[in-house]
Design a protein around this ligand. Structure first.
Ligand SMILES: [Zn+2]
Length: 349
């Protein structure tokens, strides 16, 4: 398999972003990405997909029902050659309509940190957990984590100068929900993104462009494992990218901490082998293997519970237990242990 780094959630001036597609691709090239997917709010932009500055730019859409609370129930739609926002008021119909058209759906930033003083600091942003037939969820969203802190002006000024101090990992509530869904027998693909807008944010008169696109593209990315290197052919490369997303052949990496490129998670049982995202039939012993490109605290989880952990670059674990296995790697960055790499599960049945 070949690996490419992609950013799967970002915005342009067609909704609330601040630069157009071609410029965004240039920023992505500077950040070392191979692909970006623009996901404007309730608008699918046609006619701009292609290669710019060596980066493949695709367009999807982030759909939500404008009549309800605007920050909730955002759904990323990919690989669907139609405007899907008219389906927003009926979320299950939206998911089914996208699926019928060969597209993919991911619940965007499904949890947020709530203001201090409330017991549940991670109230859901996504409220329709009874829905079926979606592809996955966004397990880590850079902008949502940053904006989830409620800061007064002095703290905001400090944080806008050192924004990476506020980024520590996916919300535990998101990971718990993901594990709950997959342990229940479902395949749920996890992705992560910058949610780049490129504008300034601020309090009162103090405004600052905290996350230019290039910076945002150096933060949380989804690394995709594809069958062959990108060819330069739009249709073929697009199919490989969406195929990898659908299969869960991908992992989320906070590349600002250290480049995630080269991370491996695979498993073997009998003559069968699996990479992340795959099903693996259990035939006696199951051998799981994870390898990080730098030293980290690596944890192997089965159905949401840690079953093996180590500090270093590799983790090996042999078991006879079926279950849903995924890997987390944490490493020290800017003085604290912070989330780094989050694999997709291998589903051992
Ligand atoms: Zn959103």
């Amino acid at each position: 398999m070949f690996e490419i780094a992609a950013n799967t959630q970002l915005h342009t001036p067609y909704s609330d972003g601040h630069q157009y597609h071609r410029e965004i691709a240039q920023e992505a090239a500077r950040a070392g990405l191979q692909a970006v997917i623009a996901t404007d709010h309730n608008v699918r932009v046609f006619g701009v997909e292609g290669y710019y500055h060596g980066v493949l730019l695709l367009t999807g859409e982030e759909v939500h029902d404008r009549r309800r609370a605007s920050g909730n129930n955002h759904c990323l739609v990919y690989n669907c050659d139609e405007e899907m926002s008219p389906w927003a008021p009926a979320p299950q119909k939206l998911l089914d309509a996208v699926r019928e058209r060969g597209g993919l759906t991911f619940f965007s930033h499904p949890f947020r940190r709530e203001p201090r003083g409330r017991d549940d600091r991670q109230a859901p942003c996504w409220t329709h957990w009874d829905l079926q037939r979606f592809t996955g969820i966004e397990i880590w969203n850079h902008q949502t984590e940053y904006k989830s802190w409620r800061l007064n002006l002095p703290l905001f000024v400090f944080a806008s100068l050192f924004p990476s101090l506020l980024i520590s990992g996916p919300f535990p509530a998101t990971l718990r929900k993901w594990d709950e869904l997959t342990a229940g027998g479902r395949r749920i693909v996890g992705i992560g993104g910058s949610d780049a807008h490129g504008g300034s944010i601020g309090i009162g008169p103090y405004r600052r462009k905290v996350f230019p696109y290039e910076y945002a593209f150096r933060t949380i990315n989804t690394h995709l494992l594809i069958e062959e290197p990108l060819t330069g052919d739009l249709a073929k490369d697009k199919a490989m990218i969406y195929g990898a997303l659908q299969a869960g052949h991908c992992f989320v990496s906070y590349d600002l901490s250290a480049p995630g490129r080269g991370f491996i998670f695979n498993a073997q049982s009998g003559a069968d082998q699996a990479i992340q995202g795959d099903d693996l039939p259990r035939r006696g012993a199951i051998h799981l293997y994870a390898e990080c490109p730098s030293s980290a605290h690596i944890r192997l989880l089965r159905n949401g519970r840690t079953v093996a952990e180590t500090r270093g670059r590799t983790l090996r674990h042999t078991t006879s237990d079926a279950g849903v296995y995924r890997v987390e790697a944490w490493r020290r960055f800017r003085g604290l242990p912070r989330g780094w790499i989050f694999s997709n599960p291998i589903y051992v049945r």
